[in-house]
Design a binder for this molecule. Structure first.
Ligand code: SF4
Length: 759
């Protein structure tokens, strides 16, 4: 087989992303470094004493340990940290590219103030002192108007000291509006709260599972902690543990799985319930757990005499294999076989969170998949789903809000999360554009840290219009991303290799782990740690704010917060509780029934006690006008392209194959049969339209995609960053709008109805 250079790089991504044992990552680095010699800004390593610093990569929620090699004061190479519980020496290609984040041209070099039209790119450099004074002045005005609730702070993550400090600032100021981009972790946390009654993070004991069914989770495409997933997959292969991948497209994960079930988009939950049906019907559920520790499995009557349908009846009535085959498009025999193997396994594990898990998805889907684990008794057991208590080392004195702050806090959250209408959600950032566009007293000051909502929230046009209405937008971004480019004030943070940051509980880890990112090199530009800016802001504003945030510096605050954990963390870079065991069944469930609830009491209570909670299990079909939009558009998520705060660095852009991007033109995938019906062939130019927008594309024929589906890569179509990333392809988020899950309010919009027409 002839492999050209581009194909070689493409193959390298899949094989190299999870392990340092393979020589491919280093070959890629070498190959690309030759290519990058043409760049005017190529970092040239200095001579100097060679040293290494261990730290943590924060470019995704994976939290890998890294070892950064330095020559003198210059970082010259990033490797995975050997022995680290997440990645044990492995690293992904994004992690490898971290030096481009540090030394690349996209960084904001110092504080800037907008002087032209919003988004026109006209800036004036200002001093840090002036910038903080201006922001403190605007925040002071808002408080003097008695409207502190009109301040919102959107941060890319919510675990660790920095986001806790933001929330403390907001509480002392008088706003409940701490916002964060959503993900499937939200849906999992809500599921654990409803079905198990615990405030916990989902942990997956992947390494001990002996049969794995992934309902759309891109386990080898960037889901969870990506390098850990690659390591787990290697271990599964060695131990002969089968992986079944359920998704409409032959992704990298599906290609490497032992079995691929190409399911109709949006019907994954039906398949999970179909497998549950067979387990129940054939008496293969784990009786010890189901009979002794669960509620709502059988139908029951409440105190008012209302009859509630139990999970068993729901599944037996509605999800027989033939019915599920008709819904999902999966062959009945395949459903039966997977169910039999799931039942026969000792430690079967079912998990979900489509693609990389950046979409929260429907509560029903996560509950259906979690119920499958419960039928197998695989809750808080080896190889199963563990409820991991949230880290509790941040123990500060309570904030004492003054009168203005107390009144502001009474107004609640602007996105409605936690309110009577949305009691199960902590974050509903997906509702913001609609809320802000609705008029009224919206947000007056928006602060944004480590997030890029103008690119990454669904329905970007509406998001942009909504943000346009906000009188003051401040970005703390280290990079000139879309949101930074649209801001009024830019207060750039150090990048992760220049600052301290605690990183607790990497995505999906079943045991407690805290990492410490450290300054590997001194700040290269006139940037400041956003934690220090926040403390300076509080000091300047005085009163209860200064009192609540009285630390001298962010480093002092972090050191004090971590207490006796600080020294070991500085020394080794992480603390891991290897002996942690999740709560045993008899003490694990804090629901009203004291048991695992297949039919959560809280959902029943939300419907006034009359309704039945089981409709929450309804699959999240992709609705819409099938007449005008006969196809389904779904995203493709892969490790080549990032779609969150960190833009794809040049190293990765070079690995994007010409089946996705040709020059600046985006290609979308479609099954040859569907293409032929539309008169399209390989490379045809076409218009891709959804009810929310239309873009010009070219067509790539792909047999590994279900007929009737179009697949488009997430992560392209930037208008900001640098010339390596901007103006290439189109942004999927401009074509998709949020779809609210009726049970939780989370955004379920994984796909949308679409039309592809030849031009
Ligand atoms: S998987 Fe995530 S945390 Fe690990 S090296 Fe890659 S980007 Fe960094």
């Amino acid at each position: 087989m002839k492999i050209d250079r581009r194909s070689f790089l493409s193959l390298g991504i899949g094989a190299a992303a999870g392990t340092a044992l393979s020589p491919l990552p280093w070959k890629i680095t070498d190959d690309l470094s030759i290519w990058t010699q043409m760049w005017p800004w190529t970092p040239v390593p200095q001579d100097g004493e060679v040293s290494t610093v261990s730290s943590v990569c924060t470019l995704c929620p994976g939290g890998c340990g890294i070892s950064v090699r330095k020559a003198g004061e210059r970082a010259v190479k990033i490797e995975g940290l050997a022995g680290h519980p997440v990645n044990d020496g492995g690293i992904c290609i994004l992690g490898l590219s971290g030096l481009q984040m540090l030394y690349g041209p996209t960084r904001v070099r110092g504080p800037l103030k907008r002087v032209g039209e919003r988004g026109a790119g006209q800036w004036q450099a200002i001093t840090w002192e002036k910038a903080i004074e201006e922001l403190a002045g605007r925040l002071g005005e808002l408080r003097s108007k008695g409207q502190p609730q009109r301040l919102a702070w959107l941060c890319g993550y919510d675990r660790g000291t920095f986001p806790a400090l933001i929330q403390r600032f907001l509480t002392a100021y008088g706003s409940a509006n701490f916002l964060r981009p959503p993900s499937v972790a939200d849906t999992y946390q809500t599921t654990l709260k409803l079905m198990q009654g615990v405030d916990a993070l989902p942990g997956f004991d992947l390494e001990s599972a002996d049969y794995v069914v992934s309902f759309g989770a891109g386990l080898l495409d960037g889901w969870g902690a990506p390098v850990r997933m690659f390591r787990a997959h290697s271990a599964w292969r060695e131990a002969g543990v089968p992986l079944v991948q359920v998704e409409p497209r032959l992704s990298n994960t599906a290609a490497k799985a032992d079995r691929w079930l190409p399911v109709a988009p949006g019907t994954e939950a039906a398949l999970a319930l179909g497998i549950a049906h067979l387990l129940i019907k054939e008496g293969k559920v784990r009786g010890e757990f189901v009979n002794g520790y669960t509620f709502g499995y059988e139908s029951w009557s409440d105190a008012q005499g209302n009859l509630h349908k139990g999970f068993k009846q729901l599944v037996l009535e509605g999800y027989a294999p033939e019915a599920v085959a008709a819904i999902t498009g999966i062959d009945t025999a395949a459903i039966v076989e997977v169910a039999q193997r799931f039942a026969a396994a000792k430690r079967p594990l079912a998990l979900c969170g489509r693609g990389q898990g950046v979409t929260p998805g429907s509560l029903g889907e996560v509950m259906a998949v979690h119920a499958l684990n419960a039928l197998a008794g695989n809750i808080n057991r080896p190889g199963g789903v563990w409820a991991l208590p949230a880290p509790d080392y941040i123990q500060w004195d309570e904030v004492r809000p003054d009168d203005v702050a107390a009144k502001g806090l009474q107004q609640g959250r602007i996105d409605g999360a936690g309110s009577e209408s949305y009691p199960f959600a902590r974050q509903l950032t997906n509702r913001l554009p609609a809320v802000l566009s609705g008029g009224g007293d919206g947000i007056e000051v928006l602060l944004v840290s480590e997030a890029n909502p103008l690119y990454s929230l669904n329905d970007t046009q509406t998001v942009r219009k909504a943000v346009q209405k906000i009188p003051l937008v401040v970005s703390f971004s280290s990079f000139m991303d879309e949101t930074a480019a649209f801001a009024d004030l830019l207060l750039p943070n150090h990048v992760y290799l220049e600052r301290y940051e605690d990183v607790p509980a990497p995505a999906g880890m079943p045991r407690p782990l805290i990492g410490l990112a450290k300054p590997v090199v001194p700040p290269q530009l006139d940037t400041r740690h956003s934690g220090d800016v926040l403390l300076a802001l509080a000091k300047r504003m005085g009163g209860s704010l200064a009192e609540a945030l009285a630390w001298e510096s962010y480093e002092t605050c972090l050191k004090e917060t971590l207490g006796e954990q600080w020294d070991p963390l500085v020394q080794s870079g992480y603390l891991f509780d290897e002996g942690f065991k999740p709560a045993p069944w008899y003490g694990a469930f804090e629901t009203p029934s004291g048991k695992f609830e297949f039919s959560p009491t809280a959902l029943s209570a939300k419907s006034g006690g009359e309704g039945n909670p089981v409709p929450a299990y309804t699959p999240a079909a992709i609705e819409g006008d099938a007449g005008n939009f006969p196809l389904l558009l779904i995203p493709v998520e892969q490790m080549r392209l990032t779609s969150g705060y960190a833009g794809t660095p040049p190293f990765l852009m070079k690995t994007v194959p010409d089946t996705i991007l040709q020059g600046k033109e985006l290609l979308v995938e479609i099954n040859p049969k569907s293409a032929a019906a539309l008169g399209l062939s390989e490379g045809s130019r076409a218009m891709l339209a959804t009810p929310h927008g239309e873009i010009a594309v070219r067509v790539h024929l792909f047999e590994g995609l279900l007929p009737g589906v179009v697949a488009m890569s997430r992560g392209l179509g930037h208008t900001a960053y640098d010339s390596y990333l901007a103006d290439k392809g189109s942004n999927l988020h401009a074509l998709i709008a949020p779809v609210e899950d009726p049970a939780s309010g989370f955004d379920t919009a994984w796909g949308i109805r679409a039309k592809l027409s030849k031009v």
